[in-house]
Unconditional design. Structure first.
Lengths: 724, 231
């Protein structure tokens, strides 16, 4: 892995570092999350404080929870009837003028709510208007019944359900149901009986006296006013009213029943919400926006609720009138993606309605045991989180109830969302900017390094010859790379100086040695003529031989250097290469009478552009080399082959093999290999000359071991020219 | 009166060896070690022939300077460069200064004497406006043995002695291959490689092509030598 990392280019590495920048938005994200939980914590504390405050206000005021002060509220699912405080005393006379202060709260009930009803129900023939109010210690109910035919009680009939009547269902806190029935024989005071659960027969003959009801006839029906003492209505009491219409005087069957709530009429009396008006009044003043305050009694029943949970209205600035350009389009699409990514909080959510009368949540149980609590719960539709803080209300040592303050964390979520969104946008912008900047930097850096690399590579040949000793410095400013460029320049200068010195060395050496050699040579000649008898002296001959060998070495030394100079001015000719080589091999047979030469021509009439003298020189060197290393009595093979647009000349000899490490250096100057005849000078310049000439002809050279026998094959490949 | 030869050579041993060899041939020899001495000597009396080294003590091109100087004073004096400098550039520069021959070290003293006498012969033949009796005419080629000059299609070629000898050797037997060994002998130099011969032939061809672009009489017999094409 680490190894693979090392092989990455600088550009890729820098890009990796850019990716490391992604930790910044990650950190930002975590910061926002932290902040959110901090804010939620703060909100929870604030809510708990609020709950505490409210609880403090309500402490030791047990009368607020006293059932006697409670006013029952008859609840249906839709048509709730609230008990409202009356401004004046109600005269129980069937006249509704003293109800005026509450007239606007009158509820209107129609409809067949009992399956026993006939299907031809007409609301204009039977309907009910109802009001509930309280004044001091009494609860008052008003019924304005629209009945086309009013039928009074017939005393002959024992059953009570045989005339127009009002039924009252009362469920006490101990769940016992009490059925009360109000009937009238004539307008005026009504009889109220406690009856069986079939609403047919009174449980005892005496009418109830603690309730009072008064009836009056009207043009379209009748009015009834009912008075109940408030202490009858204890905590947890449920109440329901029904108006019963009997129209047929003969069979006296029930024609219609209209209830104050469907629940009531279906036999299930609605729970009575024991609204504590003073409690409500106190709490109204503490109402906080977007929060809901519940007061529960120690039975976990809702005593009052103030406020409501509503989401912060979306305050999106409309940008509809903005001109639609590709940029705004892109931006909008982009924002859409970001919104999807960041889970934008929903604009609306629904939660438990304020209408419920009982909060059995576990947390409240705990609070009602005396511990203040803060918790979080999802909303009913799971779209939002609601923070719930509760504080017990005490009266002395007794726990009277609890204050519950609820608030959605929607505002915080919205804030978090906004923060995250701006963070994302800024991050993306910064990231893109940094990415571009770093990419440009990396591109420039690698381009500079690449340029430096290329220039350096180009400035020196594979043999170490310096072609260019100046790295263009204007492209390298005064930074580390510039220093490197300058350092390479100075290195190349020193190297080229040294190379030049080395290159001039053979020439200088040859020149310097030529003079003493000339002294020896000329002295020997004078000796030969001046001293009689010395001419054929064997030592004289050996000395002359030595001088000649020295001379040969010096010639070879300067040959390579002079060769390049000589070739520079050469005019190339069109040469039939195979025929040139075959003439040559004929010549070598004469020059080396003891050596066998085999010529293998795979092709004829292949032309190359070249200098015959130098090609001759090249072949001389190839043959010299082969002869030098050839075993006695083994033929030297000269092979010409054609390869698409190249012609190859291969000289093969039998003898010592090449070692691996020398084969690619053989054509370098001053490299010699194998054991050679001491009579030959072997400066290792021969194959270097071959290479120089091959390169002059745009060719290349290589050497390899022969496969079939031990020996070496030296090849030169040169491009073919089109025939003249 | 014997002819005077001036030898300018900074190496005392070589200078003395040349001088001894040439004195043995009956020439009067004046030797100089550097350019200044030589110029002083030339002021007193001009030699009949000058043998110059190119590099003289600390002057790299001292020999060229001397040659230029001598040529101004005597347009027909035979001048020989005898030097260790073997490059074509030096050769061309030397001959461009109207030197008559360019010999590279080490030199065979016998051959040196042969050259010197040959050059004297050419010089005297130029002075006496030699008859054309010694001329050998082979088609377009005319070889004057006395003045050791060769002309091609009537154009006189500017040749060194070695070049003259090589052309003469080749042209005397048209169609015959002159091997490298034979040609090496012909140059009358102490030590000659095949390459040196190739170089000479290259220069000879160039000189012919200067007067006749279509010249192709000298044929290479690869690996063996050269021959003059028969007409």
């Amino acid at each position: 892995m680490l190894k693979r990392l090392r092989t990455l280019s600088i550009r890729t590495k820098l890009m990796c570092i850019v990716i490391a920048l992604l930790t910044i938005p990650w950190m930002g994200y975590h910061y926002v999350l932290e902040m959110k939980s901090f804010l939620v914590q703060g909100q929870q504390n604030a809510l708990l404080l609020t709950a505490n405050g409210i609880a403090t206000v309500l402490n030791d005021r047990s009368e607020l929870f006293n059932p006697a002060t409670g006013v029952p509220e008859v609840l249906g699912e839709e048509n709730d009837i609230f008990a409202h405080e009356l401004q004046n005393l109600i005269q129980l006379d069937g006249q509704l003028s003293d109800w005026q202060s509450l007239e606007s709260f009158t509820s209107y009930h129609t409809g067949p709510v009992n399956l026993s009803c006939e299907s031809d129900y007409n609301p204009s023939s039977f309907s009910l208007k109802h009001l509930l109010g309280y004044y001091e210690n009494y609860l008052y109910a008003m019924f304005e019944v629209n009945d086309s035919k009013l039928l009074y009680r017939d005393l002959e009939r024992r059953q009570l359900d045989t005339s127009d009547q009002i039924r009252m269902l009362l469920q006490l806190s101990d769940n016992t149901l009490k059925h009360y029935l109000m009937v009238a024989r004539a307008p005026g005071r009504m009889s109220i009986y406690l009856v069986d659960d079939q609403w047919k027969l009174p449980l005892n003959g005496e009418p109830v006296t603690e309730f009072m009801a008064e009836m009056a006839e009207t043009d379209i029906g009748y009015h009834i006013e009912l008075r109940l003492p408030r202490d009858v209505i204890g905590a947890g009491t449920r109440i329901g009213f029904f108006a019963v219409d009997v129209d047929d005087e003969e069979n006296r069957e029930i024609h219609h029943i209209v209830g104050t709530s469907p629940q009531v009429s279906s036999g299930e009396p609605a729970q009575i919400l024991l609204d504590s008006p003073e409690l409500t009044k106190i709490l109204k003043g503490l109402d906080r926006p977007q929060s809901r305050i519940w007061v529960l009694d120690n039975q976990q029943r809702v005593r009052t609720v103030v406020g409501g949970l509503s989401a912060a209205p979306p305050t999106q600035n409309s940008q509809a009138d903005e001109p639609v350009s590709w940029f705004s389009e892109t931006y909008r699409a982009f924002r859409g993606h970001v919104d999807a990514l960041l889970k934008r909080p929903p604009e609306r959510f629904t939660d438990i309605s304020e209408d419920i009368t009982h909060r059995p949540d576990k947390i409240f149980t705990a609070i009602l045991k005396g511990t203040p609590k803060v918790a979080q719960r999802p909303s009913l539709d799971n779209k939002a989180q609601i923070i719930v803080a509760g504080y017990p209300i005490k009266s002395g040592d007794e726990i009277m109830g609890a204050v519950i303050v609820e608030q959605s964390s929607h505002a915080i979520l919205a804030l978090q969302y906004q923060l995250l969104r701006s963070l994302t946008l800024v991050t993306i912008l910064v990231f893109v900017f940094v990415l571009l900047a770093l990419f440009a930097f990396a591109w420039r850096l690698t381009a500079r390094i690449g340029r430096l690399y290329n220039t350096t590579e180009r400035s020196i040949t594979s043999e170490g010859r310096v072609l260019e000793d100046q790295i263009p410095s204007r492209t390298y400013p005064a930074d580390e790379l510039g220093d490197l460029g300058r350092s390479i320049t100075s290195m190349l200068k020193r190297l080229s100086g040294y190379t030049r010195y080395l290159e001039e060395m053979p020439d200088t050496l040859a020149h310097e040695m030529n003079n003493p050699l000339n002294v020896v040579s000329s002295s020997l000649q004078i000796l030969q003529t001046d001293v009689p008898g010395v001419q054929n002296n064997k030592y004289m001959l050996r000395a002359q031989n030595g001088v000649n060998r020295l001379r040969s070495i010096l010639t070879n030394l300067t040959e390579a250097a002079n060769l390049e100079e000589a070739m520079r001015g050469e005019v190339k000719e069109h040469i039939n290469f195979p025929s040139l080589v075959s003439e040559f091999v004929d010549g070598y047979r004469t020059s080396f009478p003891n050596q066998q030469f085999l010529l293998e021509l795979d092709t004829s009439d292949v032309f190359i552009e070249g200098s015959p003298d130098h090609l001759a020189q090249m072949l001389d060197k190839l043959i010299d080399n082969a002869v030098q290393f050839s075993l006695a009595d083994c033929p030297i093979i000269v092979r010409i082959t054609q390869e698409v647009d190249m012609v190859n000349v291969v000289v093969l000899n039998e003898g010592q093999k090449l070692s691996e490490n020398i084969s690619d250096k053989m054509f370098d100057p001053m490299v010699s290999y194998g054991k050679t005849n001491a009579k030959y000078s072997h400066l290792g310049l021969g194959l270097f000359v071959v290479r120089l000439i091959a390169e002059y002809h745009q060719g290349k050279t290589w050497a390899e071991n022969r496969e079939e026998v031990s020996g070496v094959a030296v090849s030169v490949s040169m491009p073919i020219a089109s025939p003249p | 009166m014997s002819r005077t030869i001036a030898i300018v050579e900074d190496d005392a041993d070589q200078r003395d060896n040349y001088a001894d060899a040439l004195r043995g041939q009956g020439y009067a020899v004046n030797t100089y070690a550097n350019k200044k001495d030589a110029l002083d000597g030339f002021e007193r009396a001009l030699p009949d022939l000058a043998i110059l080294d190119i590099m003289l003590e600390d002057e790299i091109d001292g020999g060229f300077d001397l040659c230029r100087d001598l040529r101004q004073q005597s347009p027909h004096m035979p001048i020989i460069f005898l030097t260790a400098r073997d490059s074509d550039i030096d050769r061309v520069s030397g001959l461009r200064l109207d030197a008559w021959d360019y010999i590279t070290k080490p030199v065979n003293l016998q051959f040196l004497a042969v050259r010197v006498s040959s050059l004297f012969r050419i010089a005297s033949s130029m002075k006496t406006e030699a008859k054309t009796s010694a001329a050998l005419v082979l088609g377009n080629l005319a070889i004057d043995q006395n003045s050791m000059s060769i002309s091609w299609k009537g154009h006189l070629l500017s040749l060194t002695l070695t070049e003259f000898w090589l052309i003469e050797a080749l042209a005397r037997n048209p169609g015959h291959v002159k091997t490298y060994d034979v040609l090496m002998q012909t140059t009358r130099q102490s030590y000659v490689e095949k390459n040196t011969i190739n170089g000479y032939v290259r220069r000879i061809r160039k000189k012919f092509k200067e007067v006749d672009a279509s010249f192709s009489m000298i044929q290479t017999v690869f690996g063996v030598g050269y021959r003059w094409e028969p007409d």
